[in-house]
Structures are given as structure tokens and as C-alpha cells.
Design a binder for this molecule. Structure first.
Ligand code: F6R
Length: 631
């Protein structure tokens, strides 16, 4: 949440900052701003606007700000409304220190009270504004020690200030007293330094850097760095200088193109057949000796043999993928599995149980709740002391270089490529595939399924790419037509059972987050225990009915909705029983185990078309951000 870009070097800062911010706008788009050290006057020139980045770009179009050192920010509001006064950068009263920040300063009110008592006047409602004032106060103190005005002095001032901050932050600081220096620091929020040609560019995420360089230096938690055109100094929280080698960005990180699609979300829905192909290529290998398929992981899987139970921690869409995963791991692989909201797990963890595998699922790898929950689990298991309680961890993420990627050493990279649309689509699909891989792996090592059953599932997975292409072709237009009839509805109920119950939840989440239509997902059998009271002819019901264990039950539940005059949309193959639906979004017949991978596609398309038909900003829905880096 919130995107930071900061640059120092020999090139003009403004275009670098605006370009970088453009790539980070998915992190927040409530307001945007930049501050640059003017190359002649050495003063800080700041410009901020409310709303999307395009407002800032328009505002700056006639302005030429000469300067090669600057910071920029795109905001997702936490403290203070999305207004210009709350936009970053924030500047101290003397106008010499500018700060952009991502995260939340939890003790800001205490700090603000103290500063106000000292006579400091605040211009915003943000937590961030305390930082430039505190840095300026610290610089004043340091000046009494006759320290030179240079980057090292700024580094000391920032270090002293952050030691008083509680909460999480990634921040970048400019000071007109050291006009070619930049100080950046992070705690529980990401920050990456790109080593360009003639500039260092620091940002919250790699897309902002990828246009300039593919060599990066991720800053570790609690580190602080001084950047000047001549080099970088990194220090840890003990003030020890850190030396490490830069790493290369993956090529896939560098391509962010909407192609001919109207929105990134639609393109990303269409990417899914390739997502399936990539997964099959990356993770499924055929043993040339016995012809058997195996799941290939980039880590030693020996430790999985002693696992007796699994806990999965995730948020939002990732949690829905985890719920499908939990169904597979229990029902296919026979391992007791629980899924937890990361935000709940952290404060009410289950009792410690032995031989447990903890799986963290996060597309971005930066979700603060998930990071904190994994961290807490690692700590409490490490201090338990007993070998059987040791932390066994896997993370499933699309960003192996992210905070979670660095927190957990066994990474399943879902390899979906950058997802720009705020609503997760192809990454959900790729997370699902990762769970199929884990379920197959566990079924093989635990012997919970016969080799034939396992082979059947693998054969169905191999068939996915053409089936998905077919689904996209069939349903893009039909869901557009359906959207035409439904774009004005107020409430929608999604029903599913068994392995498709999480798909009902995900269908509802997709619809509400991009179309702002109220939608709720229920296990179909639960409807009669309350939600049925909502039904009438104004409330359509979308029912996922995949042939298998619970098909007849789902159809009966759909009948109950029809009897209350609801318009019924079925997500099902054409078969006996599905005549009941007023509209059938046909799904190819498949084994019930893989049905979620097919059922999700028309639901994504339907949500997309309803939101597009309503003329909404599909890729950047209101109030949301792609990485939720605050708790
Ligand atoms: C929904 C969506 C969010 C995220 C959630 C977790 O489309 O994108 O619900 O799934 O914020 O994000 P990650 O997976 O990055 O941890």
C-alpha cells in the first residue's frame, strides 16, 4: 500500500519519478506527489495532487523542475482523507526536509503531541508528518555538535528518529542540506534499490525499477541506506555496515503491457491458459524410467515426510485459494488442514501442535497481516524448543524476491508474471495450481491415493490449457451479454459446495470489489439457515454445480432459490439437472477435483463485464490497493 520512488544520480529526476510512480499506482491511487532538490537553488520543490497520478502529471506538464535528486509517492489513505494536504511528500516547517512513507506510525499521536507542545504546526492529518519534523529537530541537535552538512549527517538524523517510531514503514528522505543524498529505511514494508546507469532508483516494488535496470539490491528489514550518486551505504539496526551482492530481476518482471485488452484484468483473465502451461512446464516432471509424474520443487522436500497436519495463513483471494487447497490436502491427501485469516491468526493462534507444516499464501508477498502471522508462528515455534514443534514452512507467492520470499526459505513461486489489475485473477489460478501440486506430492508420499487416482488427477491437469482457451472463447461474449442485463442489480448470492464453496466466495469477492455490488458466497446447503430470507426476484443466485459428490444437493439448493423467484445462473456442464437454470454458463465436463480451475473463469469474466458495463475503473477499484502493507 502506497508506492514510493526515490532517485539520486545524474539524470533528471522528474521523469524518472513519474515513470516509477506510474508503475506503482496499483499500490494506491488516492493522491500523488513528488519533491525534488532544485539543482540551482538547492531548495526542495514539492508538488502534490489529489486523486490519480494523471492529475499530478497534468499539473506538472508545464513545469520544468531541474534536479537529479527526488522522491515520489502514490498514496492509499490510512490516516487522513485523500486530500492534497494529506498527500506525500510531507515537509518540515523550515521547508528543508521532505519525506515519503509507506506503512503506519502507530505512536504518531504521542509524537505529534510532543512536537505541538514545542510549537510545531502540523499541516496534515497524517501519521507521516511527524517524521520530517522529528528529522529537522534532530538535524538541529546535530548541527550543535558541529557535524558537517552532508549525507552522513542526514543518515544519523534519520537513524535516531526511526528508533523512536513504532509500527511499520518504508521511507525516503531528502534534505536540502545534503542536496545529492537520499536516505531510505524500512521496517516491515518493502523497499528495493535499483542500480541504474548513472542513477540509483529506490522503490517499493520492482516494476518501478524494471524500466531502468534489472540489477537490484533489496533492503532487508530494519535496514537504513544512504544513497549518493557515488555509491550506497547500507546499515542494519545495530549500525553495522552491510555488504551484499546485487541480484538480477527476472525477465518476466519487466514486461507490463496491456496488449490490446481494454483493461489489465481482462488480459490477466486471458493469461490463464498460459499460466496453466507454465505451471505444467515448471512443476510437473515425468520420470523417464517409470513414466510416472512427479511434482518438482526448488527445495528439499524431505521434511514433508514427517508432516502430520497443515495450517495455512492467507488473506482475501489468497485465502480462498488456500480453502480449495485445504479441501484437496484433507480429502485427496488425507492430511488434517486448517486455513486461517492471517489477521486473526496473529492474535488468536491455534494451540501449538507437533509436526505441523505452515503454509503462507500471498500473491504480493508483502501483505502485512500475512508477514506478521508467519513471523509470529516462526518465533513461537522456535522458542518451543522441542524438535517436533519446529517451524516447517512453505510460502506460495508470485514474488519470490518479496518480504515473504525472504522470510521463508521454501518458496513455491507461482510464476504467474506481474499482475497489475488490483483484483487477483491469474494469480488466484496459479495459487490453486500450487495446491494441486502439494496435494499430489502429499498423496504420493503418504500413499493416501492409489497411483491410478493420482494419475487421473494429473491427466486432468494436463488437459487444462485448451479447456481454458475454450472457456474464454465461449464465455467472454456470453458474460458480456449477461452483464448487460445485470449491471444494475443490487445483491447477488453465490452458492457452491465442497471444493467449489471457496469458488463461490471468490466469485462474490470479485464481483463486489470491482463492481461495488453487494455479493455474498455461501455453502449451498447453508442457505436455508438464514440467507434464503434475502431471496426474491431482484436477487439473482449464481450456483456452481459440478457433477460429483454433491451435485444433486446443489441442484436441490438451487431449486429452493428458484421457488423464491430468484433468477438462477448455473456454472455447470450441460447435463441432467441443469435445465433448472434460467441461464447456464457451460463448463466442460471434468473430474470434480479440478472443477474449481474451470468454474472460476466465467465468474471472473462476469464480474469483469459487469464492472466494465457500469463504467467503473476495473483495474483500480476504489479504496483498494494491490499490496496491503498495513495491518
Ligand atoms: C482480491 C485481492 C485481495 C488480496 C489480498 C491478499 O482480488 O486481490 O483480496 O487477495 O489482499 O493479497 P496477497 O495475496 O498479496 O497477500
Amino acid at each position: 500500500m502506497c508506492g514510493i520512488v526515490a532517485v539520486t544520480g545524474y539524470k533528471k529526476a522528474l521523469p524518472l519519478l513519474l515513470n516509477g510512480l506510474g508503475k506503482l499506482e496499483y499500490r494506491g491511487y488516492d493522491s500523488a506527489g513528488i519533491a525534488i532538490i532544485h539543482s540551482e537553488t538547492k531548495n526542495i520543490v514539492c508538488n502534490k495532487t489529489e486523486g490519480k497520478l494523471k492529475n499530478l502529471i497534468n499539473n506538472l506538464s508545464e513545469k520544468n523542475i531541474p534536479g537529479t535528486v527526488g522522491i515520489g509517492h502514490t498514496r492509499w489513505a490510512t490516516h487522513g482523507k485523500p486530500e492534497v494536504k494529506n498527500a506525500h511528500p510531507h515537509i518540515d516547517s523550515s521547508g528543508t526536509v521532505a519525506v515519503v512513507q509507506n506503512g503506519i506510525i502507530e505512536n504518531f499521536q504521542d509524537l505529534k503531541n510532543k512536537l505541538q507542545k514545542e510549537g510545531i504546526i502540523f499541516n496534515s492529518d497524517t501519521d507521516t508528518e511527524v517524521i520530517p519534523h522529528l528529522i529537522q529537530r534532530e538535524l538541529n541537535t546535530l548541527s550543535k555538535l558541529k557535524l558537517e552538512n552532508n549525507g552522513s549527517t542526514l543518515l544519523v538524523a534519520v537513524r535516531n528518529v526511526i528508533s523512536d517510531l513504532e509500527g511499520s514503514y518504508a521511507l525516503a528522505v531528502l534534505w536540502s542540506g545534503a542536496p545529492s543524498s537520499l536516505v531510505v529505511a524500512r521496517r516491515q514494508a518493502p523497499l528495493i534499490i535499483g542500480l541504474g546507469e548513472g542513477e540509483f532508483i529506490c522503490a517499493s516494488d520492482t516494476p518501478a525499477i524494471a524500466n531502468f535496470t534489472n540489477i537490484i539490491l533489496p533492503l532487508e528489514d530494519e535496514e537504513i541506506a544512504l544513497l549518493t550518486p557515488l555509491g550506497i551505504e547500507i546499515y542494519d539496526s545495530n549500525n553495522e555496515r552491510q555488504y551484499r551482492n546485487p541480484v538480477s530481476l527476472k525477465v518476466s518482471e519487466q514486461v507490463i503491457d496491456k496488449m490490446n485488452f481494454k483493461h489489465f484484468m481482462l488480459k490477466e483473465i486471458y493469461d490463464q491458459p498460459d499460466t496453466a502451461k507454465n505451471w505444467l512446464e515448471n512443476y510437473l516432471i515425468k520420470n523417464s524410467e517409470n513414466g510416472q509424474y512427479q511434482i518438482k520443487y526448488p527445495f528439499d522436500t524431505k521434511f514433508l515426510e514427517s508432516i502430520a497436519r497443515i495450517e495455512i495463513i492467507a488473506c482475501g483471494t489468497s485465502k480462498h485459494a488456500a480453502m480449495v487447497g485445504s479441501f484437496l490436502l484433507e480429502q485427496f491427501s488425507g492430511i488434517p488442514t486448517n486455513v486461517y485469516y492471517a489477521s486473526e491468526f496473529r492474535y488468536s493462534p491455534p494451540p501449538l501442535l507437533p509436526n505441523t507444516l505452515t503454509i503462507g499464501v500471498s500473491q504480493s508477498g508483502e501483505t502485512a497481516d500475512t508477514i506478521a502471522a508467519i513471523d509470529m508462528e516462526i518465533k513461537r515455534r522456535s522458542i518451543a524448543g522441542d524438535e517436533k514443534f519446529r517451524p516447517n514452512l512453505i510460502a506460495i507467492t508470485n514474488r519470490s524476491e518479496s518480504s515473504i520470499g525472504r522470510q521463508v526459505s521454501n518458496i513455491i513461486d507461482i510464476c504467474a508474471g506481474i499482475e497489475v489489475g488490483v483484483a487477483a485473477t491469474k494469480t488466484f489460478f496459479a495459487q490453486l495450481l500450487s495446491f494441486y501440486g502439494l496435494a499430489i506430492h502429499f498423496a504420493q508420499i503418504k500413499g493416501s491415493q492409489s497411483p491410478d487416482e493420482i494419475k487421473k488427477l494429473i491427466t486432468e491437469l494436463i488437459k487444462l490449457p485448451p479447456l481454458l482457451e475454450d472457456l474464454l472463447e465461449k464465455h467472454d461474449q456470453s458474460s458480456e451479454k449477461l452483464a448487460h442485463d445485470f449491471f444494475n442489480i443490487k445483491d447477488v448470492i453465490f452458492l457452491g459446495r465442497g471444493i467449489n464453496y471457496p469458488i463461490a466466495l471468490e466469485g462474490a469477492l470479485k464481483l463486489k470489489e470491482i463492481s461495488y455490488i453487494h455479493a455474498a458466497g455461501y455453502p449451498a446447503g447453508e442457505m436455508k439457515h438464514g440467507p434464503i430470507a434475502l431471496l426474491d426476484k431482484k436477487v439473482p443466485v449464481i450456483s456452481i454445480a459440478s457433477p460429483g459428490e454433491v451435485f444433486d444437493k446443489v441442484i436441490s439448493n438451487a431449486q429452493e432459490a428458484k421457488a423464491r423467484d430468484s433468477y438462477l445462473i448455473g456454472i455447470a456442464p450441460e447435463c441432467n439437472g441443469t435445465e433448472i437454470f434460467d441461464y447456464l454458463m457451460k463448463i466442460p465436463s471434468s473430474n470434480e477435483w479440478v472443477s474449481p480451475l474451470l468454474n472460476i473463469v466465467p465468474l471472473q469474466l462476469l464480474s469483469y463485464h459487469i464492472a466494465a458495463h457500469r463504467g467503473l475503473d476495473v483495474d483500480q477499484p476504489r479504496n483498494l490497493a494491490k499490496s496491503v502493507t498495513v495491518e
